[in-house]
Ligand binder design. Structure first.
Ligand code: MG
Length: 394
């Protein structure tokens, strides 16, 4: 039986991982769970999966969780850890072989690095790890199975290739184009939080849904693919595919293109990651794709005028070093500000670009983990100060 830990267990990836795991009760045992603040859902997960160790964001959350579990009559309480340290402890539990990273944002970097360094197999949906520290993850690529649907697709299409660096002509990273793919440009300035959260195909967490609407998500995924598959940026092409059925494709040098198709449902890439390199039957019959009823699949080039975030991500990717760290942190804050109603939709790329330009005189290549953390902190401070000044230049 494989021992497993899940970081971000109450989020979209984490909770779907647990749903998939319920199909394989004799193959996996959940040893550790880590969640931020959703104590109600975490308590339910603890009752079902009985992990030995859990981690929560703070001591207040730990106290609340203990009270809730006692209230529910749970006799054997798990060990309850807290804060970023607790997250790293769950990521490195000695008995655990596989760690699932369902954390969104920069917070995923440290526990991912710790899990990799302690030899764990890491199934990750945390693109920020690759965006901010691709070069630090490079020595451990063989331990990683991607869960991000596009990267899982590419990973699957690459199975059997002996030398991807020579055999791959290009990678097609598919994007749905989000809810605003066809909205007249001038109306993009006035879109509401509600409209941006209404993704046509995928149901995901708020941060990724807004990133999909701005297409920053695809930008971050370009950088993720670049590091994960060690392919040059010019071999990674974004293609808009509104139906979200083709999850990505690999075009080989001999003219053959292999694509991975499936329902837009994260349970497929999550199960593939969990059972890799095997394939096991799914209990969810709705996940079987019926090609005879699919109808038309469309593909278009991506429009960087409509989606300036895509251009910013390309700039960060090509420049490398600390610039993607700034891109990532500024985007996290810009999305947060948009979700709170503090800035408009088209201000997201403007503010990110502003901070990126401010950073350039201090740019450094091959940053250490300490530098990455310092640049992330600088970006957050600068962004916040800029918001306090109401950013008159914008
Ligand atoms: Mg994705």
């Amino acid at each position: 039986m494989k021992q497993i830990a899940i970081l971000g267990s109450t989020g979209s990836i984490g909770s779907q991982t647990l749903t998939v795991l319920q199909q394989f009760p004799t193959d996996f045992q959940v040893m550790g769970l880590a969640a931020g603040g959703n104590i109600t859902v975490l308590a339910r997960q603890i009752q079902i999966f009985k992990p030995q160790v859990v981690a929560v964001a703070s001591s207040e959350k730990a106290t609340a969780l203990t009270a809730l579990l006692k209230n529910h009559g749970v006799e054997h309480l798990p060990q309850i850890l807290m804060g970023p340290e607790g997250l790293c402890q769950v990521a490195t539990l000695p008995q655990v072989e596989t760690v699932v990273i369902g954390l969104v944002g920069f917070i995923g970097l440290l526990p991912t690095l710790k899990a990799l360094k302690s030899g764990k197999q890491v199934l990750t949906a945390n693109k920020e790890t690759f965006v901010t520290a691709g070069h630090l993850v490079k020595p451990y690529l063989r331990q990683i199975v991607p869960l991000d649907s596009e990267h899982s697709a590419i990973f699957q299409c690459l199975q059997g290739s002996q030398a991807p660096e020579k055999e791959v002509h290009k990678i097609y990273l598919t994007a749905s184009g989000g809810p605003f793919r066809e909205l007249p440009l001038e109306q993009l300035h006035h879109v509401t939080v509600e409209q941006a959260l209404n993704h046509p195909n995928w149901s995901m967490g708020d941060k990724i849904t807004i990133d999909s609407a701005t297409m920053m998500n695809k930008g971050l995924e370009i950088i993720e693919a670049h590091h994960l598959f060690q392919l040059p940026l010019e071999k990674i092409e974004v293609v808009v595919h509104p139906q979200s059925i083709v999850h990505s494709a690999v075009a080989y040098v001999d003219g053959a293109t292999i694509a991975q198709l499936g329902e837009p449902d994260m349970r497929v890439p999550i199960q593939y990651g969990l059972t890799y390199p095997k394939r096991c039957p799914t209990a969810f019959s709705e996940l079987h794709l019926d090609l005879t009823t699919l109808g038309t699949l469309q593909f278009y080039p991506a429009d960087e005028t409509r989606f300036p975030c895509l251009r910013l991500a390309r700039w960060a990717a090509e420049t490398g070093g600390t610039l993607p760290v700034v891109l990532n942190a500024a985007d996290e804050l810009a999305v947060e500000a948009f979700l709170k109603g503090n800035i408009g939709f088209m201000e997201i790329p403007k503010r990110i670009e502003w901070v990126m330009k401010l950073h350039m005189p201090h740019w450094a290549d091959q940053p250490t983990l300490e530098t990455i953390i310092a640049v992330d902190t600088w970006t957050r401070q600068t962004f916040t100060e800029m918001s306090d000044l109401k950013a008159p230049s914008l």
